[in-house]
Design a protein around this ligand. Structure first.
Ligand SMILES: *Cc1c(COP(=O)(O)O)cnc(C)c1O
Length: 368
C-alpha cells in the first residue's frame, strides 16, 4: 500500500480502501448479472467502515441503501446520493413519524404495522415474510391476506416483499427449501401486486445462489471484502486495515508477569511494546491467551497476557529495531504478512460481522 499521510499523533485508526469497496461491488454485479438492483447494506456505520464515504463510493450502482434504524438512515441521507434508504429493522412507535416524514422505506411485518406508519403520511413499505429466520416478518400462511389488506390502504405504497436467510452459509438444504417456498409465495404475490420488488439474498445467498432471479439483492459483508464462505475469499478484496502504534517499550526479566490475572509469565528476558489499542476500541478481549498476534515492521508479534481496555502488550523481542510511534497492524497487510478479520474473529470465538461493527468510537477513519 502506498505511504499514507496518517498523522503521527493518531493512536488507532482504520484505513478504508474505497477502490477495493467498488471492486467488491463490481464483483457482486458480475456474480448476479445485470438484472437485480443492489440494496447495499450499510448499517452499523457501514460495518465499521464509516458510512458517508462508503455510501458515496457505492452510490453509482446501488439502488437502495439498507440500515437498521432512523439515526443511521439520517447519516446515509446526509451523504446526499439521491438513493432510497430502507430501514431493515422495525421502528419504535416514537420513530414512525420521523421515518415517514423523511421518506424512508420502512419494513413492516403486518398490514396493521404498515397502517400505523401511514397515519403520519404516505409511506413506502418493505413487507417482510418469515420463512425460517424467526425474527421479524409475517408467517408465510398469512402473507397473501396481509398484502391484500395493504394494497387497499390509501397511504401505503408497497415497495417490496422480502424474507431473510438464517443459514445460507451453513445449511444448503434448508436454504433451498426456503427459497423454493418463497418462490411459490412470490408467484402468488406478483399476481396481486405487480411491480413490487422481491428480495432475499444476503452475502452468503448472493455467493451461493447467483442464479436466483430476484429484483434486488442485499449484500453486506462481501461489499467490505470479507467472505462468509472461505472459498470466495480470493474473489474479494478487504476494504479495511486496522492500525495502532507503539506507545512504550520495555525490557522485562525472566519470571516477569504481564497484564491482569498474570496469565503470561516470561520464560526468558523479553522486550515488550505497549500498543495503543484495547477492548474499548473493539479489539476483542476474548483473544487473550489464544495465540493472537499483530504485525510490527512486517513481523508477526504475539499479544501477551490479557487485552486491557486501552492497551495490549506485544512481544517484540525478535525485532532488530523498534521505535516509539511505530505502526502496528491489527488487521491488514504489512510486508509479506497479513491478518484477516476472519483470523481475529475466529481467535475471539466470534464472527467477522461482530469484529467490524464493534470497532470503537476512538478509532479514526481514513478513506483512501
Ligand atoms: C444485515 C442484513 C443483510 C446483510 O447481511 P450480510 O450477511 O452482511 O450480507 C441483509 N439483509 C438483512 C435484512 C440484514 O439485516
Amino acid at each position: 500500500m502506498p505511504a499514507l499521510s496518517v498523522p503521527d499523533h493518531l493512536r488507532t485508526w482504520v484505513e478504508i480502501n474505497l477502490g477495493a469497496l467498488q471492486r467488491n461491488l463490481a464483483f457482486v454485479r458480475k456474480h448476479v448479472g445485470p438484472q437485480p438492483g443492489i440494496l447495499a447494506v450499510v448499517k452499523a456505520n457501514a460495518y465499521g467502515h464509516g458510512v458517508e464515504g462508503v455510501v458515496r463510493a457505492l452510490a453509482r450502482d446501488t439502488e437502495v441503501f439498507g440500515v437498521a434504524n432512523v439515526k443511521e438512515a439520517l447519516e446515509v441521507a446526509s451523504a446526499s446520493t439521491g438513493r432510497c434508504v430502507m430501514l431493515l429493522s422495525p421502528c419504535l412507535p416514537a420513530e414512525y413519524e420521523m421515518a415517514v416524514r423523511s421518506g424512508y422505506i420502512v419494513t413492516a411485518s403486518s398490514a396493521e404495522e404498515a397502517l400505523a406508519y401511514s397515519r403520519h403520511g404516505d409511506v413506502r413499505v418493505n413487507f417482510k415474510v418469515d420463512t425460517g429466520m424467526g425474527r421479524a416478518g409475517c408467517s408465510s400462511a398469512l402473507a397473501v391476506d396481509e398484502v391484500h389488506q395493504m394494497l387497499g390502504m390509501e397511504r401505503v405504497f408497497l415497495y417490496s416483499i422480502s424474507t431473510h436467510l438464517p443459514s445460507a452459509d451453513e445449511d444448503a438444504d434448508f436454504t433451498i427449501a426456503q427459497l423454493t417456498s418463497f418462490d411459490v409465495l412470490s408467484d402468488q404475490l406478483r399476481a396481486i401486486a405487480p411491480g413490487v420488488k422481491f428480495h432475499v439474498l444476503n452475502s452468503a445467498g448472493v455467493l451461493t445462489r447467483p442464479d436466483h432471479r430476484f429484483d434486488l439483492v442485499r449484500p453486506g459483508l462481501i461489499l467490505y471484502g470479507v467472505s462468509p464462505l472461505p472459498e470466495y475469499s480470493m474473489e474479494l478484496e478487504p476494504v479495511l486495515s486496522w492500525k495502532s502504534r507503539v506507545v512504550l517499550l520495555r525490557d522485562l526479566p525472566a519470571g516477569a508477569s504481564v497484564s491482569y490475572g498474570r496469565s503470561f509469565i516470561a520464560q526468558k528476558p523479553i522486550r515488550t511494546a505497549l500498543v495503543a489499542v484495547g477492548y474499548a476500541d473493539g479489539f476483542p478481549r476474548q483473544v487473550s491467551g489464544r495465540g493472537a498476534s499483530v504485525l510490527v515492521r512486517g513481523v508477526r508479534c504475539a499479544v501477551l497476557g490479557r487485552v486491557t481496555m486501552d492497551q495490549i502488550v506485544v512481544d517484540v523481542s525478535m525485532l532488530l529495531e523498534v521505535r516509539l510511534g511505530d505502526e502496528v497492524t491489527l488487521v491488514g497487510r504489512d510486508g509479506a504478512e497479513r491478518i484477516d478479520v476472519d483470523d481475529l474473529a475466529s481467535q475471539a470465538g466470534t464472527i467477522s460481522w461482530e469484529i467490524l461493527s464493534g470497532i470503537g468510537r476512538r478509532v479514526e477513519h481514513f478513506h483512501v
